[in-house]
Design a protein around this ligand. Structure first.
Ligand code: E4P
Length: 217
C-alpha cells in the first residue's frame, strides 16, 4: 500500500521524505490556507520534494471553473493531480479533465455510489473520508471495503485513496482491505513508528552493552 502525506507544510514533508516511505502528497484548501504563502509556489516545492503524485484542489464550484482551474494546476508540474470535490460539477469536470489526460482525484467521497460515479468518469483516485464518517458515528472503513470490492468487480483502474485518516488502526485496516493508498497527516505517520516494547528493548540492549564495556572489578 502506498503512503501519502496529508499536509501542505514543506518542513513536515521534507522531514519525512528522506525516510523513503512517502509515495505522494495530498493537500486541500484548508491545508494550503494554513501554511499561507503563494499556494502554487508551495505546490511546486512539494512536487520537487516528493517526485510522486501531489493532489491540488480546485476552489471553483462550477464545472467550467473547475476545468480551467484544473488545467492551470496541472500546468504547475507533471506530478500534480487535480482534486475536484464530488458533485455533478465535479464529476463532469473529472470527465473533461481525464479525457485530456489530466489525472483527477475526486474528493469528499462519503458513499460507494459516489465512488462508483467518479470511477466511471475516469478518476485516477477517489478519496473516501474515513475519519469524518467515524466522527458522525458510522464506520468509515465499511466504505473502503465497498470501494475496493466494486473497483475489483469491474476492474476499474481508479485507486482507492483513503483520506481523513486519524491513526494507525485506519492504516492497518486500509492495508488489510487492499486499499491502494492511505494519506496520513504527519502526526499519524509518526504514530506508525511507535511501540513501547521497541523503546524498552533498545534501552535494554544498550544498557547491557554499556555494562559489558566497563572494566571488571
Ligand atoms: C485528503 O485528501 C483530505 O483532504 C484530508 O485527509 C481530510 O482530512 P480531515 O478530515 O482530517 O480534514
Amino acid at each position: 500500500m502506498k503512503l501519502f502525506v496529508d499536509s501542505a507544510n514543506l518542513d513536515e514533508i521534507a522531514a519525512l521524505t528522506p525516510l523513503g516511505i512517502v509515495d505522494g502528497v495530498t493537500t486541500n484548501p484548508s491545508l494550503l490556507a494554513k501554511v499561507g504563502n503563494d499556494p502554487r509556489a508551495v505546490l511546486k516545492r512539494i512536487c520537487d520534494l516528493v517526485q510522486g503524485p501531489v493532489s491540488a484542489e480546485v476552489v471553483a464550484t462550477d464545472c467550467e471553473g473547475m476545468v480551467s482551474e484544473g488545467r492551470e494546476l496541472a500546468a504547475i508540474d507533471p506530478h500534480i493531480v487535480v482534486k475536484v470535490p464530488f458533485g455533478k460539477a465535479g464529476v463532469q469536470a473529472c470527465h473533461v479533465l481525464a479525457a485530456e489526460g489530466i489525472r483527477v482525484n475526486v474528493t469528499l467521497i462519503f458513499s460507494a455510489t459516489q465512488a462508483l460515479l467518479a470511477a466511471k468518469v475516469g478518476a485516477t483516485f477517489v478519496s473516501p473520508f474515513i475519519g469524518r464518517l467515524d466522527d458522525i458515528g458510522t464506520t468509515g472503513m465499511d466504505l473502503v471495503r465497498q470501494c475496493v470490492e466494486i473497483f475489483e468487480n469491474f476492474q476499474f483502474p481508479t485507486e482507492v485513496l483513503v483520506a481523513s485518516v486519524r491513526g494507525p488502526m485506519h492504516v492497518i485496516e486500509s492495508a488489510r482491505l487492499g486499499a491502494d493508498i492511505c494519506t496520513c497527516p504527519p502526526k499519524a505517520i509518526d504514530a506508525l513508528f511507535n511501540h513501547p516494547l521497541t523503546d524498552i528493548g533498545l534501552a535494554k540492549f544498550l544498557a547491557d552493552w554499556a555494562k559489558a564495556q566497563q572494566p571488571e572489578g
